[in-house]
Design a protein around this ligand. Structure first.
Ligand code: BEZ
Length: 249
């Protein structure tokens, strides 16, 4: 299985678009003063802090020690806990997650953990990569692996479910699904496609030599130039979000 290592300062420098595009899912969460919220995959804690500023009492969890260190410097109560291993019981008014659930490839565990962590009538609100997310990017990465057999086999490190699949998972765990939708959201990459690949596809290329990584970056970029780049808009990634709200009866 590929291993993703996060570097919080690189992430903040080049991927700050992630929390800034979260207005809609935060709107869906509609956090209320005094609520207790669990932020799953809180990353560097930028959104967690926003929820805290709205008067919520928030705990952030993330599997990356580097991200959790950064979140703590922002005054967040945060722990290194993988989202597959949520172990809270009947504690939170809401479980929230932005741009993280696609990294958690055993979704049954995540959904069950979220369900158990919620109080009765609590809500699970999240947004992450859904069916069709980064389709062009994925195709290009896979093709480059196929064309360079010495790279080994391409392993998909993400989970991009359809509405039906995720709704089924939520309902199986006992949730009532109030809202669930796939939303195309082309996302400008201000730092360019190579930086995106370096940060987010690190788990895919971590076993390659430096020379192979250079070939990978150059070849993927070459394949995507006519697909995701225009002079007017620069690089724009083909993001598709799955956004949902589910309640614990
Ligand atoms: C996403 O937010 O959709 C995403 C980010 C990094 C890698 C794959 C998907």
């Amino acid at each position: 299985m590929s291993q993703q290592n996060w570097n919080a300062s690189e992430y903040i420098k080049h991927a700050s678009f992630v929390p800034t595009m979260a207005n809609d899912v935060v709107g869906l969460l509609n956090p209320q003063e005094g609520e207790e919220i669990l932020d799953v995959g809180c990353g560097d804690g930028e959104l967690t802090r926003l929820l805290q500023e709205k008067g919520c009492s928030v705990i952030g969890i993330d599997s990356s020690p580097s991200m959790i260190e950064m979140a703590k410097t922002r005054g967040i109560t945060a722990y290194v806990i993988d989202g597959h291993n949520i172990a809270y019981q009947n504690r939170f008014d809401a479980v929230f997650s932005n741009a993280a659930l696609h990294w958690l490839t055993q979704p049954e565990k995540v959904v069950k953990g979220a369900y158990l962590a919620l109080k009765e009538n609590g809500r699970f609100v999240a947004e992450f990569g859904g069916e069709g997310n980064i389709a062009a990017l994925l195709r290009a990465m896979q093709e480059v692996f196929e064309e360079n057999t010495e790279f080994g086999q391409f392993h998909m490190p993400w989970f991009f479910p359809s509405v039906e699949e995720y709704q089924g998972l939520l309902e199986q765990a006992g949730f009532h699904v109030k809202y669930i939708k796939l939303i195309a959201r082309p996302t400008p990459l201000k730092s360019g496609i190579e930086k995106w690949l370096e940060i987010f596809a690190e788990g895919i290329t971590s076993h390659l030599s430096q020379e192979q990584k250079t070939t990978f970056l150059r070849s993927v970029k070459g394949k995507l130039l006519s697909v995701l780049y225009t002079e007017q808009n620069g690089w724009v990634a083909d993001y598709v979000r799955l956004r949902f709200e589910a309640t614990k009866p």
